[in-house]
Write a protein that binds this ligand. Structure first.
Ligand code: BTN
Length: 241
């Protein structure tokens, strides 16, 4: 299902696929040793120090627009399982951050290209902190690498192959309407039962996390009332802006 494209350096693997998706086959995986303009969610940067695994996966096969948002959760789950299989306890922070020791080890940026309603391509970009030994001061208490968690050095390509194996198996189920990855997500949910702060229709509110729905939405209780969140950011920090 997958074919690889490797570059020593790129601006961003997501940007590369956005530019070239028309001439590339579904299942193309672009990876690089360093991104000069890596991008994160919500317009943020994603910096790497050449020790992280950074890659993007292109999907073009007959995507159902009602179910594409689940692919972000499916990708996070595939990475969480890959990390857990290395013997490292892991959690998933909705919608798609992977956490180790309460810190972020992996971030995911999913971008869609559509013609009208119909998705033409989905680009799943993943940054896994692998062998990093330090992070910029603003991320110090928030980020962790697998090396920092275990004292072991990991091979980039091996981790990529292991991730793709897990992705393929969850993705085959997903294509048949079997979203078993959601049960894994639910049982590893970092936010389950926690009090969180979030922005709901422009208002900063406090909520309690109840669970993940079968559509991959986050179910929360706000002032005793259940609501379902489709996307966005929730945080455990009260001074969130
Ligand atoms: C986030 O947590 O904000 C998402 C980070 C996603 C980073 C990855 S690294 C590979 C791919 N290329 C990019 O420019 N971004 C994603």
């Amino acid at each position: 299902m997958f074919s690889y494209l490797y570059f020593e350096e790129l601006d961003s693997t997501n940007t590369y696929l956005k530019t070239h998706y028309q001439e590339l086959a579904s299942g193309t995986v672009v990876y690089t040793d360093h991104q000069t303009q890596g991008r994160g969610r919500l317009g943020r940067d994603w910096k790497d120090d050449k020790k992280s695994l950074v890659f993007s996966l292109l999907l073009k096969d007959n995507l159902n627009p009602k179910r594409t948002s689940l692919l972000a959760l499916l990708s996070g789950t595939s990475m969480a399982k890959t990390i857990e299989e290395e013997g490292i306890p892991v959690q998933l922070k909705w919608p798609n951050d992977v956490m180790v020791n309460e810190k972020k080890v992996c971030g995911i940026l999913v971008e869609g290209i559509s013609q009208g309603e119909k998705p033409e391509a989905i680009i799943i970009g993943i940054g896994l902190n692998l062998n990093d030994t330090e992070f910029p001061s603003d991320l110090k208490n928030k980020a962790i690498s697998l090396y920092q968690a275990t004292g072991k050095t990991f091979d980039k390509k091996e981790m990529l192959d292991k991730f793709l194996k897990n992705f393929e198996s969850f993705y085959q189920g997903y294509r048949k309407g079997n979203d078993e990855f959601l049960s894994y997500f639910q049982s590893h949910s970092y936010l389950q039962g926690k009090e969180v702060y979030l922005n709901y229709y422009g208002e900063n509110l406090k909520a309690t996390v109840v669970g993940i729905t079968f559509e991959g939405k986050l179910k929360v209780k706000i002032n005793g009332e259940e609501k379902e969140l489709e996307s966005g950011e929730v945080t455990l920090e009260e001074n969130y802006r």
